[in-house]
Design a protein around this ligand. Sequence first.
Ligand SMILES: Cc1ncc(COP(=O)(O)O)c(C=O)c1O
Length: 440
Amino acid sequence: MTTEELKKLDRSHTIYSWKAQKDVNPIILDHADGSMIYDTDGKEYVDFCSGLLNVNLGHNNAHVKEAMKAQMDKACYVGTMFGTEPKAKLGQMISEVTPGDLDYVFYTNGGAEAIENAIKAARAFTGRHKVYSCWRSYHGATAGAISLTGDPRRWAAEPGIPGAVKFFGPYPYRCPFGSTTEEEANTRALEMLKTQIMLDGPHTIAAIFMEPIVGTNGIIIPSKSFMQGVRELCDTYGILMVIDETMGGWGRSGKWFAIEHFDVVPDIMTTAKGITSGYVQLGAMIWNKKLWDHFWNHPFIGGLTYGGHALACATAIANIEEYKRLNLIDESARKGLYLEKKLLELKDKHPSIGDVRIKGLWACIELTSNRETKAELAGFADRNRNVSAELTKRMYAEGVYCFCKWDFIFMAPPLIITEAELDRSVATIDKALEYTDSLI
Ligand SMILES: Cc1ncc(COP(=O)(O)O)c(C=O)c1O
């Protein structure tokens, strides 16, 4: 089929996410290899956001494909009541790389389902109903996860599940509490949270859900003292700390899990994406010993037909083996420093860059129309104008895929990316920023 025929077929039947269908005009991809994706006309693009920030290992990895084929020859799927070798082994491998006593794994199909089950587990464990989460957060598109989400993707799902309560996490670039330093922004956010919990009734709160580093709301990095303060609050009031590592896990931030930057161990961790790098879908909710002991004696009322899918577990095992063999967690940290240097050079050059935030190979440029006042350019939910469509178009033209949204340009390439591919992508962003500079 020609590309035009494929496009026509695609747009005749396929429903795409988040947009009016008339606004969808996808590039039709044909294949992918390493850090590159190729369309049906043979044009290549650097996959500078690793699909949806999930293909951490890169595309077309031979070891993963071999492991998948071998498992397919044995069994793709068996009922969740049965054990399998991949499920048993993967649990052990996850427990070895997750911090502290996060050693007990419940498998889901993705990040949102892991959050749904964490809500259930936290409520059952504590006997309380409120679940806290941040403004400027994303936790997934299912009922509970979207209720916890603190961005416009939640609006269409409102009123959402009962008991979902929001608080302001730290956002030093534009602190809602008028802080002028990063430290102050973190201290004030923690003080506000303490006050909110006191007013709301700590005995009514089951869990605080947080991304360790905020992902699609702009790579916002809290301080160690903020995260440790949240841990302390949870300990004081018997509230569970749930950290959502769907995006931050599996080397994305230069550590196995982003929470490791803060020397904090949550009670529950949720994850997905890089666990299989998207070769097939898998998510997980991981408990500490306290939860394991509780549910040893009490049923956990939750289950999914595809929980612990044999093919997905075998795929995850092969991913973890490759992360280790290729030293990709350290590589992410090392290449992240290289990318940071390049991005700071861009900041010197482009007045429309307000802020650069990065940990490992997980980065964001936040645009502004005025560096002094930090005024928004596109604005929250594009309330001033849309700049991301034009930015994306310009980057596609140069052969780079980069996820742009509102005032954010995200960069999260596969951890195997080469310096040459990084340079090429940054050069493309450099050129595209001439457009945003021209708007101010
Ligand atoms: C932090 C976070 N949590 C949850 C999700 C939802 O994951 P999924 O789309 O696999 O359900 C995402 C997806 O981007 C995410 O970034």
